[in-house]
Design a binder for this molecule. Structure first.
Ligand SMILES: [Zn+2]
Length: 264
């Protein structure tokens, strides 16, 4: 029997498997590159002015419902806390503070993603709740960092968050000069924030898995609600309505509840 065709075929097969594996990991790696880039920038700042900034990377904040909120970076300074969300998108980025979704445009392809300012607002809310009443007056600032490969539409003014490139981080932090946290409180906060870091790799994987599962569960729960014509936000019934852009399901509790879902 002639087996000369076997090795080229085997090679092709393995090559295809490799490509598939790389594709499956791609977005995770790209995300990590963004976090790594910002981390380097923060570490530079820490070295530049020793003692001024204390940074924490990849934190998990436990929430009431047993899920967790993942924060890319927190910088602690006497001026307050800075919560940083990194986004590693390329192409043109369009969006404003008030819309739920932002748009990424690459050539003619458009992709929607959740407004990162809203996303970070959620992180800050979770952090505030976790810190408790004691720190309710501690200012927490939001920073969203895009990689240089993203082209941010300029001229948009944001009030609830800074939206910047890594290089602008220093400049943003230096805008805040008023000292609001004394040395002892800063030490105490640092110890507290340290507990949100996950050192143990095995534990880290478990928490990440739980984190992803809780997101999936939430989405499943929302889907089930909608299928049963119940509003996932407030529990009222959903009504089929007709709008400018076609049919949609809307909450019967409108205008108190503004939940809507497109009917495809
Ligand atoms: Zn509702």
């Amino acid at each position: 029997m002639n087996l000369s065709f076997f090795y080229p075929l085997l090679f092709l097969f393995l090559f295809a498997l490799l490509i598939k594996w790389i594709k499956s990991k791609e977005s995770k790696w790209i995300g990590s590159i963004g976090e790594y880039r910002v981390r380097k920038e923060i570490e530079k700042l820490e070295k530049l002015s020793p003692g001024m900034y204390k940074a924490f990377h990849d934190l998990y904040i436990p929430k009431m419902d047993n899920s967790s909120s993942q924060i890319d970076h927190i910088i602690l300074s006497e001026q307050g806390l800075f919560v940083i969300e990194t986004k590693n998108y390329n192409g043109w980025i369009f969006g404003d503070e008030s819309s739920k979704y932002w748009t990424q445009v690459i050539y003619k392809r458009k992709e929607k993603f959740l407004n990162p300012i809203w996303q970070n607002k959620g992180h800050i809310k979770a952090l505030k709740r976790w810190l408790g009443e004691e720190f309710s007056n501690t200012p927490i600032y939001s920073i969203v960092v895009f990689m240089p490969r993203a082209k941010l539409k300029s001229g948009i003014h944001f009030t609830q968050s800074h939206v910047i490139y890594p290089k602008q981080l220093k400049q943003v932090l230096e805008q805040y000069r008023t000292k609001v946290i004394d040395h002892e409180t800063k030490q105490y906060l640092a110890e507290k924030l340290k507990t949100l870091l996950v050192k143990d790799k095995q534990k880290e994987r478990e928490i990440k898995k739980k984190h992803i599962q809780s997101i999936q569960n939430k989405q499943k729960c929302i889907k089930e609600h909608i299928q049963q014509n119940r509003c996932p936000k407030c529990g009222s019934s959903l009504i089929l309505k007709k709008g400018k852009y076609g049919s949609f399901k809307g909450c019967s509790n409108y205008p108190e509840c503004r939940f809507t879902e497109k009917v495809s």
